[in-house]
Ligand binder design. Structure first.
Ligand code: 13P
Ligand code: SF4
Length: 367
């Protein structure tokens, strides 16, 4: 405990000394002891916007995962922001370089390019908008930028998908099949408009377009990539049945990265910020079962002792990589800033960044 107290004190002292030169961003899924030190706690969209609008800090410490730090680097060091800072780059630091995202790893640029080329055998790819969930590598965002595509987060997926389908007949949505499917169905699209591209099935004789026939692809409007989040994939409809049996009045709220059958059965679905908002604005005495990462659920339960807030699953589902960031690692990157030799700097290379920026800016402009 004394050890923790000393670290908290050390981090706060550095934050005071650095003042406005330092911005610490923390995703909702971070550990409680880490989030305490964040200047801003938010969902992926809010944190991207904070990085984009930042023109005067020198260092961003991103308490989140790798793709988030990449996004912050691309946005914070856009040509516009660099001009405002007389060309001075912001260093974006990730306290643990192993903090990745297994979902982002499920779609590499090479995989998606192979799919895109295969699609071009049967449809006109000029009539497809590639949409990448922000949970993806900068490389894939650059692919989207080059092909007239756009990024989305879980809080703006519907606006992005609607805008894309207004402009072109089809979208290729990656890496998260569940967010894509849940969003398309919420917009009123029919299941028959949606196909899922499974790279492993591309060798099937009569369905060699990611497990689909050429006709199925041609008739679809939304082509989903077969990726998923291992944290949200753990929720199943049985969890909802069981919780309603025990608490008939409870409201079930889940993240749209959960499988379709779970979202269908829940009372509502929304991004992490939506979940935070709904619970914070609900009246005293309300009861919520929450289907998302367990650290956020535990924080909400502590913040609102006048309400019942419980995990939807009996076994809490934690994101292991988000949990890699801890106080010693946060203190270590802050020390490196103070010493003038920042470590764990995430810098997207100059060939990738401009197109990835295009894709992110289209998202930020789409409300
Ligand atoms: P949001 O922050 O957009 O809700 O996404 C949740 C998530 O899984 C982040 O990795
Ligand atoms: Fe990736 Fe899921 Fe963890 Fe988010 S919660 S970082 S999508 S594995």
């Amino acid at each position: 405990m004394y050890h923790m107290d000393a670290l908290h004190h050390h981090i706060e002292t550095i934050r005071e000394r650095q003042g406005k030169k330092l911005l610490i961003l923390g995703h909702h899924y971070q550990r409680e002891e880490v989030i305490l030190h964040a200047d801003l706690q938010g969902d992926s969209f809010q944190l991207s916007a904070a990085a984009a609008n930042n023109s005067n800090c020198e260092t961003i410490v991103f308490c989140g995962v790798h793709f988030m730090a990449e996004t912050a680097d691309i946005l914070a060091n856009s040509a516009k922001n660099l001009a405002q800072r007389n060309g001075k780059c912001v260093n974006v630091l990730l306290p643990d370089l192993d903090a990745g995202c297994s979902m982002a790893d499920m779609a590499t640029r090479q995989d998606v390019e192979r799919c895109w080329n295969k699609l071009s055998e049967i449809v006109n790819t000029d009539d497809i908008t590639p949409i990448t969930y922000v949970n993806s590598t900068a490389d894939l965002k650059a692919f989207c930028g080059r092909h007239g595509g756009i990024a989305c987060t879980s809080s703006n997926a519907q606006a992005v998908l609607a805008a894309a389908l207004k402009q072109k007949r089809q979208v290729l949505f990656f890496p998260d099949q569940h967010l894509g499917r849940n969003t398309a169905l919420k917009m009123g699209m029919a299941s028959s408009d949606i196909v899922c591209w499974d790279d492993m099935k591309s060798g099937d004789a009569d369905a060699n377009f990611g497990g689909n026939t050429a006709e199925q692809i041609r008739n679809s409007r939304v082509i989903l990539w077969n990726g998923y989040c291992c944290v949200h994939q753990k929720f199943v409809p049985d969890h909802i049945d069981a919780i309603r049996l025990a608490f008939p009045e409870i409201r079930v709220i889940v993240h749209p990265e959960c499988p379709r059958a779970v979202v269908e059965k829940a009372d509502e679905a929304g991004s992490t910020s939506h979940i935070v908002k709904q619970i914070s604005e609900s009246p005293t005495g309300s009861a919520w079962a929450v289907g998302t990462e367990a650290r956020l659920v535990e924080r909400l339960a502590k913040q609102y002792p006048d309400k019942t807030v419980i995990n939807l699953a009996f076994q809490p589902s934690y994101c292991d990589t988000m949990g890699l960031i801890d106080l010693p690692k946060l203190a270590a990157v802050l020390d490196s800033v103070e010493s003038g030799q920042p470590k764990n700097v995430i810098r997207v290379d100059e060939h990738t960044a401009p197109n990835a920026l295009l894709c992110l800016e289209r998202m930020l402009a789409c409300t």
